[in-house]
Design a binder for this molecule. Structure first.
Ligand code: HSE
Length: 306
């Protein structure tokens, strides 16, 4: 039995603009790398490199919570040492808390010879997200674990559907150098929404899902809309309106806030348009400071690095 493993798990774009808490997708970069070494005694040790602010107590760290849930179920007398190489910013809206947990769960399942189903891994990951964000939303952890676009069809019981993206669909991401905590961004949202707003959003989400299956990019463009979260959250993001307009000026299909922000994403047909948006955003956020990424949709999810 292998005693240690190194796993990469990808960043994700939660909500994908039109599917608040029920739609997310994975990209190829950035992402987190986790090295797991099994221990003979029941304890979880966490070491973090690349970020001084991430807690290392197992119950306050998403990798630790995920590992705890897994080990309780599979091997209560064993433990694990987790080396988390934090390669992506926290509080970025890129599913930073989920990527480490996804890498941990994927790696542990391999080390123990795949005792857990995808549904169980997701259940453990969701518990880790609940510990980090105060709400167990699956639109980051599920695509980080399984790749592609993931539709969360139901939370109770938890049911998901993976949808592979059109081959020539590209994503541009900008992460402006400001931090927004998901828990704080969730507090901005209303507890209830008017029926008219719900009807609008249902149409956008259904249209977007249809566009993924049919590769109807005009439908995708018209469906990339959010009347639920974006009107309340966009105020937190510097230069939001300018960044959004520039997507269309460059020929992109649309985009908006990635997860709870401050990162923004855009979807485009072809790499050239995606790179044009990246260059425009880099310029726009030059004074604030930013990181920019261009990637195809990541259909694979986690991968073994060693
Ligand atoms: N669906 C979550 C939210 C994603 O919008 O709060 C957080 O990354």
């Amino acid at each position: 039995m292998k005693k240690s493993i190194k796993v990469f798990a990808p960043a994700t774009v939660g909500n994908s603009k039109c599917g608040f808490d029920v739609l997310g997708f994975a990209v190829h970069e950035p992402g987190d790398v986790v090295t797991l070494s099994l221990l003979e005694e029941p304890k979880i040790e966490i070491v973090v490199i690349g970020n001084d602010h991430i807690p290392t107590q197992p119950d306050k760290n998403t990798c630790g919570v995920a590992a705890g849930k897994f080990l309780d179920r599979v091997a209560p007398d064993r433990g694990v040492k987790i080396l988390l190489d934090k390669k992506m910013p926290v509080g970025s809206g890129l599913g930073s808390s989920a990527a480490g947990a996804a890498a941990t769960l994927y790696g542990l399942n391999i080390l123990f010879d795949n005792p857990c189903s995808d549904e169980q891994l997701l259940e453990f990951g969701l518990a880790a997200e609940a510990a980090a964000c105060g709400a167990g939303h699956a639109d980051n952890i599920a695509p980080s674990l399984f790749g592609g676009f993931i539709l969360i069809q139901s939370y109770e019981p938890l049911k998901i559907k993976k949808i592979s993206a059109p081959q020539n669909l590209y994503c541009t991401i900008v992460h402006p150098d400001v931090e927004i905590k998901t828990a704080a961004a969730r507090k901005l949202l209303p507890g209830e929404i008017p029926l008219k707003t719900a009807v609008k959003q249902m149409g956008y989400l259904a249209g977007f899902i249809a566009s993924l299956y049919t590769e109807d990019f005009e439908l995708m463009k018209n469906s990339l809309q959010d009347v639920l979260a974006e009107p309340r959250r966009s105020q937190l993001i510097p230069l939001f309106d300018k960044a959004l307009v520039s997507i269309f000026e460059c020929g992109g299909l649309g985009g908006g806030i990635s997860g709870s922000g401050p990162s923004l994403f855009a979807l485009s047909v072809g790499q050239e348009t995606a790179a044009k948006i990246a260059a425009t955003w880099k310029n726009l956020y030059q004074k604030i400071g930013c990181q920019v990424y261009v990637s195809k949709i990541n259909d694979q999810g986690p991968k073994i690095m060693g």
